[in-house]
Each structure stands twice: as C-alpha cells, then as structure tokens.
Unconditional design. Structure first.
Length: 464
C-alpha cells in the first residue's frame, strides 16, 4: 500500500464484493463509527469494516493480514478496556449482523454476532423464554458470552456459556467453521470463556428457558448499614432457592423516576433482585433476609417482563460515560472484607460509580472447573469496582477509587477475575483468570490462531 493510499481507500478498491461499509478517517461518519461505550477509550482505527455477513468478515481479515494491520473485533462495543477498537488498525464491526431467530418448539435462539442482549430479550420474551444475558441490555451478545456471561439468571440457568449450543466463526485464515459439542469440540470448549482469542463469532445458538414474568427490582438501605446488610447477604444468598438471584451493590440513587424524591442522590447499599416465579414465592424467598434487617429505604420489587429488568439500567448508563473497572472472583467474604467494602462503599467518587457483587453459584456450579474454559466454578461471587462519570475531568478520581478498592480487597479474592470486567492488566492477570485451563487454551490457540492474529483481547498466547 503506497503512503498516499489510506487503508480505507485501499480496502474500497480491493474488496469489491464487500457488502457492508468501509470507513476511514477521511469519511464523514468516521467520528461516530469509531466511538465505543467507554468514553475513556479514544482510539483512531485506520479502517472500520462494518460487516454484513461472514464473507465480509473473512474479507476484512484477509485485507488486514495482507497489509499487516492489527485487528480488533467489535460487537456491542461495551468492553471496559476498549478491546473492541484499536489505533491504526482494522476494526471488524459486527453491529450489522443483527438477526435473531427464535425456535420456541426446540427452545433455541440463533443470534447474529452483532446483536445486543436487548435484541435477544425482546424476541425471546414474546414466547415467554429467555437465556442468561447480563444485566444491561445494550451489552453485546458476543463479548458477554465469550467471556462467560454472568447476569440476573445465573443462579437459575447458569452462565451464558452454559447455554451456548453452537457458534459459527471465521478463523484467522479466513476459514468458516462451526463449533459445538460434536464439531470442533476443542474450539467449542475454548470459546466458552476464552474470549475473542480464537476467531470472529458471526452467530451463536443458545438454549432457552421458560422465563416469562420475573419479580425484580432493588431493595435499598442507607449506606451506613453497608456492613450489616452485606454480612446478612453473604450468609443468606448461597442457601436461597436457585430461582432467586440478587446482586449486592453500593450505589447513589438516581435523581428521577421511578425512585421517590426523598431518596434522590442518597448513597445506599442494597440488593437488585430477580426471582423466576410468582410474586408470592418471591416474597417468601426474600423474607428471611428482609426480616433480619432494619426497614429499607425502598423495597422496589415488582413483577415485570424479563426484558424490562434487563433494560432497567440502560438509561442510567448510556454510551459516552468515562469508565474504569477492576474486578475479582470471590469465594467467601470474611468480616475483614465486609469492613473494607463498607469503607469504600461510603466513599463513592461520583453519582454513577458503583460496586456490584454478582452471585455465580447455583446452576453455574453444575459445571466443573475444566468443563469449559471458564475456570472459576468454585467462586461464589464476581466483584466489580466500577468508577463511572460523564465528566472526563473526574477520570483520576474514579480510577483511584476503583484501584484502591480493588487492591484493599484483593488479598481476600480467589486470585483471578471475570475477563469481561478487566482493564489492560497484563499477561500474569490473564493467566490467573484462567488458572489451570490456560495451558490448554494456549494449545488450542496454537491450532486455530498460531500467529496470535487475534490479540486485541485479554490475550491467550499460542503455545510454542
């Protein structure tokens, strides 16, 4: 490629059969097309290839290889570390791969690699069905799934990867393959937790569960009760029925509906509930915890469609905020850790900053640590410390709070973290997050991507 010819111009000349759009810095739509969810990430790709088919994906991969350009894969663009984009390289943007095909008889759904969970939840919800899908509906299906997939349905239905029946991928050599329990089984094992290391997933097939109305919403207490509420929660939830999911959080109440005006902007601790079943059964399941604690500021729990609960945070966390994440897997929460949580939970650096403890027991424990690439089946929670603010001037404050909170609690962690909630933290951290599965993943990487072409990710390096 001559220096006068930009990668975008060269791609338009070379990829004559490309069905999507090829966008470069010289194009009017470039500034909008390069944005990702986390505004802290400000990268300038040489080419954004908005793909409409697996053939487009293969063409973009081939172009990048021939021109020695680094590649990032973008699904929903939510990745906190900005791994869906790259400076001076090619972004393979899957956002046009949006098909959702529900088979209510077989209880499966086929999902395009560019879908968000909102696309899936709306389509499956029409049939009273759902598959585990995080907690924010604007999240991309691909990123959440390939990293594991923790969410509101984890205790009842497992992780997203526990419900992944097959996937279609385009490999680093441009070949299209299917991965399932009976085809490319090693690849199927690896993509269930191993991230975007092995290829570009252009479609997924998930198992569906009967999940019509859920009983969901938050219960909030004053933040000063953080230690008391967390102590009760850690004892209660592991023994609760699987139908009941509830993640613990420190939060600031948003200044608007549906929250009562008298608690607007109040710092709180609380639990965000999701019960799969009737209102009466939900009340019965929550009662032991609620009866053991002081009267809450708000018990905002009600029956709603699963999709409504999934979308409840979308308005609070639109694209364009500054985000800094740290995360850890947790097996137990001793009193010393409770005290640390209470301290940092009372020091939220901004209205949108938060800490969540996501349960990963119940159905997620029906798999062993080597059954999928996702190793931490013995963990009880995934903790995330998220500094969030729309103002770039507050980046230092939110970053410092997240890191300090994480470092204070890391001695009480299980060692590794949920890769979907990690920043760029280095190879040692990636290894710790896969534990004994890392070496097997490295061997599979050597089979499917021996040159480490797909390396803009929480990278698994090919075995020598």
């Amino acid at each position: 490629m001559s220096t006068a010819t930009t990668p975008a111009r060269a791609a338009r000349q070379e990829l004559t059969g490309f069905g999507g759009r090829l966008i470069g810095p010289e194009d009017a739509e470039y500034e909008e097309a390069r944005k990702v969810y986390n505004a802290m990430i400000d990268k300038r790709p040489a080419l954004i290839a908005q793909c409409t088919s697996p053939d487009d994906v293969a063409a973009a991969i081939g172009f990048a290889r021939r021109n020695d350009l680094i590649v990032a894969i973008r699904g929903g663009g939510h990745n906190g570390a900005g791994l869906g984009t790259v400076d001076d390289g090619v972004v393979i943007d899957l956002s046009e791969l949006k098909s959702v095909e529900v088979d209510p008889q077989a209880r499966t759904v086929r999902v395009g690699g560019g879908c968000t969970w909102g696309d899936v939840d709306r389509a499956t919800g029409e049939h009273g069905l759902a598959t585990p899908s995080g907690i924010i509906s604007t999240t991309g299906v691909g990123g959440l799934t390939l990293g594991g997939g923790i969410g509101h349905l984890t205790r009842k239905c497992g992780l997203a990867i526990d419900n992944l029946l097959e996937a279609e991928l385009v490999l680093a050599n441009g070949e299209r393959v299917r991965a399932s329990a009976d085809e490319n089984e090693d690849l199927y094992w690896a993509i269930r937790g191993g991230g975007g290391n092995f290829g570009v997933v252009t479609s997924f097939v998930f198992r569906l569960h009967e999940v019509g109305q859920v009983v969901g919403g938050p219960t909030f207490w004053p933040v000063e009760l953080g230690a008391e509420v967390l102590s009760a929660y850690r004892e209660f939830l592991p023994g609760a029925p699987r139908e009941l999911n509830g993640f613990f959080a420190f939060h600031t109440v948003p200044p608007g509906p549906p929250f009562p005006e008298e608690i607007h902007l109040r710092d709180v601790c609380g639990i965000v509930w999701c019960y799969v079943g009737s209102e009466e059964d939900a009340a019965r399941a929550m009662a032991p915890l609620l009866e053991s604690l002081p009267e809450p500021l708000l018990h905002g729990v009600a029956p709603m469609p699963h999709a409504a609960l999934q979308g409840a945070f979308d308005g609070l966390y639109p694209p364009g905020d500054q985000w800094y994440w740290r995360a850890d897997f947790v097996k137990e929460i001793p009193d010393e850790a409770v005290a640390i949580h209470a301290k940092f939970g009372a020091e939220l650096p901004s209205m949108k900053s938060t800490m969540h403890l996501y349960p990963i027991d119940g159905a997620a424990h029906d798999f062993g640590s080597t059954d999928t690439a996702w190793s931490y089946r013995d963990a009880m929670w995934g903790a995330v410390f998220a500094g969030v603010d729309p103002d770039a001037g507050n980046i230092d404050a939110i970053r410092r709070w997240s890191i300090d909170y994480f470092e204070a609690l890391h001695p009480y962690s299980a060692g590794g973290a949920y890769v979907n909630m990690m920043m760029d933290e280095g190879q040692e951290r990636v290894r710790a997050s896969y534990r004994d599965n890392y070496d097997r993943l490295a061997r599979i990487k050597a089979t499917y991507d021996p040159d480490n072409f797909f390396r803009v990710n929480q990278n698994i390096q090919p075995a020598a």
